[in-house]
Structure formats: C-alpha cells, structure tokens
Design a protein around this ligand. Structure first.
Ligand SMILES: NC(=O)c1ccc[n+]([C@@H]2O[C@H](COP(=O)([O-])OP(=O)(O)OC[C@H]3O[C@@H](n4cnc5c(N)ncnc54)[C@H](O)[C@@H]3O)[C@@H](O)[C@H]2O)c1
Ligand SMILES: O=P(O)(O)OC[C@H](O)CO
Length: 345
C-alpha cells in the first residue's frame, strides 16, 4: 500500500458526534483541525479539551485543534496542498441538510478534494450527496463518500471498525485509504458511489422500522424479517438508481444495516423505539439532540421510489408513521396485510 508522509493535514468540517470521533481517530496519525459552526461550543471544546455538547466523555487528543474560524479551517488544507508531497484531506462531517450550505461556502476556494460522511438523500430534491456535491462544486473537485458501520462512540474509543471509501476518482480513493486506513480502522475502497450512498441512506429508515418493532415487543423473528426484507428494499432502489448488486451485500449495505437496526447506540433505532411508545415526532427529535437522518430520508425516498416505480413497503410504512399520523401498530398491520409475493421478485 502507498504510505503517505506522516503527519498529513486534515480538516474536518462539522463538529457533531461523527466529525468529532473521526477527528479524534485521525489525530493519532495526522495534523487535524476540527471546525464547528457554533463559536461558543468550539470555545468550550477548546478549553475543556472535550466536545461536551455532541460527544461527551471523550477527551480531544493533543494533535487535534478545534476552531470556529471557517477560513482558517479551509486554509489548513489549502496551504498544505500547495506543498510538495502533500496529501491533505478536506472532510465534510455535517448532516445531509447541511451539505449544500457547507459546499456553497467552499465554492471558489482552491480545495484539494472533498470527502463527505453524511448518509441520506437531500430532503427537498431527493438527491444523493454526490449529486449535491456535483451540483454545487461541479466536476473539478475530486470527491468521495466515506461510509460503513461505525458508531461515533466506538470509533472515539479506538475500537476496531471497517469503512468503505467510494469514488470514481481512483487517486482520491487511494489517498483516503493512505491517510485513514491504519490503527484499528480498516478502509476498503470501491467505485460504486451510488450503491454506497443508497445503502447508507436507506438503512437509517429501516433502523426506525426495526426500533419500532422492537419497541412494540414483536420479537427477534420480526426483527430478522425486517432487516432481510429491508436489504431487498435497499437493493431494489439502489439498482434502479444504477448501483451494483454486490455493494449492497458489503459494509455500506448489509454491514451498516445490521449495525444500525440492532445497536442501541443508533439514533435512528432510538427514534423507532420512541415511536413505539407513542411519543410525537417533534418530542422525539428534540429529546434526541442529534440528527436522525432516517426521518427526512423517509420522505425523500418515499417520493423518489414512487416516481421511479420501485416498491418500498417498509419505507412507506415508516413514512406513514412519521408524517401521516399512522400509529406504530398501524405500520405493522400494514406490512403484514400485504399480498404474498416471490421472495426474489
Ligand atoms: N454519529 C455517528 O455514529 C455517525 C456515523 C457515521 C455517519 N454519520 C453521519 O454523519 C452525519 C453527521 O452526523 P453526526 O452524528 O455528527 O450528527 P450530530 O447530530 O451529532 O451533529 C450534527 C453536527 O452538524 C452540524 N450541523 C447541523 N446542520 C448543519 C448545517 N446546516 N451546516 C453545518 N453544520 C451543521 C451541527 O452543528 C452539529 O455539529 C450524518 O449524516 C450521520 O448519518 C454519523
Ligand atoms: O446513530 P445513527 O442511527 O445515525 O447511525 C450511525 C451510523 O450511521 C452507523 O453506521
């Protein structure tokens, strides 16, 4: 494997749970700057050496600096990219809803690349993250998605984890592997951006479904059925959008689906557990205090699938609970009342 000169400069834009965890993990090997949009929170994180708001309990290592100064955060990688042998990385760690506004701020700057970590479809447009990147920045900036089964708290603790970087740009895939793969983090690579992004987006909706079923006490048989039929749903939509079948069996498909549907660290699964208790969605979202991408994504995917004629019954049932006033038990009845069908159809 190509070994970069170390340490390299990395900027992480977005200081939520995931951006902070990734920055902590990479700071063991690189010169990392973490940018957050809230100056008061970043000042507190700098003073306490901990992101007490989004990732409490995990000290920021010495090699990790934090800032709310956007120009300085971008300059950290732009200046480095001008140096010989530089292999700097610019990482966008905001939710899907924040991607377009963040990219607008980057427009016209000489950024070396952009690697995004968000998982979802854009709410208003139904676009995948790579399509949003192309719409705002065009094709000139090399871009990649980094995805896979990864809870922030486990990564921040340094526990083992495997991710996949997806890009049509081979050089950028190699650069991401060279800088991010190492220690307890393995990074695989592939060129199926659509497949990787669809898996990461739709698994969040399915985690809401599984959390709801578990919250209703429907048992492990029901959970296994939802995960498996959920994978069929991911695969149908992903292939209709041009993804490759094999991608959905990998880390960013089945791997992330299993993690998010079964792990209680998942915010999306916790939304489902709370829906089963009959809590209203706005209360659930407020109490969560973090993004649950499956919520906006359920609306975007329901509309996209309907437009494309792709059958997504679990997604539709989840969207019914989230947006149409259906109860959690309505969701289950609706799924069970469907006509029988061939499993592989
Ligand atoms: N938390 C995880 O374990 C994890 C793991 C892998 C991927 N992800 C994905 O990473 C993305 C971010 O998740 P997170 O866990 O950091 O969320 P979070 O809720 O913990 O934090 C969100 C962060 O994004 C910022 N933000 C929100 N809207 C923004 C906007 N419009 N512009 C700029 N910044 C904005 C917030 O200020 C906050 O710092 C999501 O798409 C999520 O699915 C999360
Ligand atoms: O906590 P969730 O449900 O947003 O899931 C986090 C990651 O996407 C798991 O890979």
């Amino acid at each position: 494997m190509h070994e970069p000169k170390s340490p390299q400069k990395i900027t992480v834009l977005g200081a939520g749970a995931w951006g902070t965890a990734v920055a902590i993990a990479l700071a063991a090997r690189h010169d990392v700057l973490l940018w957050g949009r809230n100056p008061a929170q970043m000042a507190e994180a700098a003073a306490a050496r901990e992101n007490t708001h989004y990732l409490p309990g995990f000290p920021l290592p010495d090699g990790l600096n934090v800032t709310a100064d956007f120009d300085a955060a971008v300059a950290h990688v732009v200046n480095a990219a001008a140096e010989p042998d530089a292999e700097s990385l610019l990482i966008a760690a905001c939710p899907v809803a924040g991607l377009r506004p963040l990219l607008e701020q980057l427009k016209g700057r000489a950024i070396p690349n952009i690697v995004w970590l968000c998982k979802g479809f854009e709410y208003d447009t139904g676009l995948l993250p790579h399509q949003v990147v192309r719409a705002v920045l065009g094709d000139a900036v090399p871009g990649a998605a980094l995805s896979g089964p990864s809870f922030a708290q486990e990564v921040a603790r340094g526990l083992p984890c495997a991710l996949t970087v997806a890009s049509t740009d081979r050089a950028l895939r190699e650069r991401v592997v060279a800088l991010v793969h190492g220690g307890n983090m393995r990074v695989y690579s592939c060129d199926d951006l659509v497949g990787v992004e669809v898996g990461g987006a739709v698994k969040n909706i399915l985690a809401i479904a599984t959390g709801t079923a578990d919250g209703l006490g429907l048992g492990l048989n029901a959970r296994a059925a939802l995960i498996t039929r959920g994978l069929a749903e991911i695969t149908r939509l992903g292939m209709a959008l041009g993804g490759h079948a094999g991608t959905f069996m990998g880390l960013t498909g089945m791997g992330d689906l299993i993690l998010t549907c079964t792990g209680d660290l998942s915010r999306n699964r916790r939304v489902g557990l709370a829906l089963a208790q009959g809590k209203p969605l706005d209360t659930i979202v407020r109490e969560l205090g973090h993004v649950a991408e499956g919520v906006p994504c359920a609306k975007a995917v329901r509309e996209l699938a309907a437009k494309m004629g792709v059958d997504m019954p679990i997604t539709n049932a989840v969207a019914g609970v989230l947006f149409d006033g259906d109860s959690a038990s309505d969701m289950v009845s609706r799924l069970l009342a469907r006509d029988p069908r061939d499993e592989l159809a």
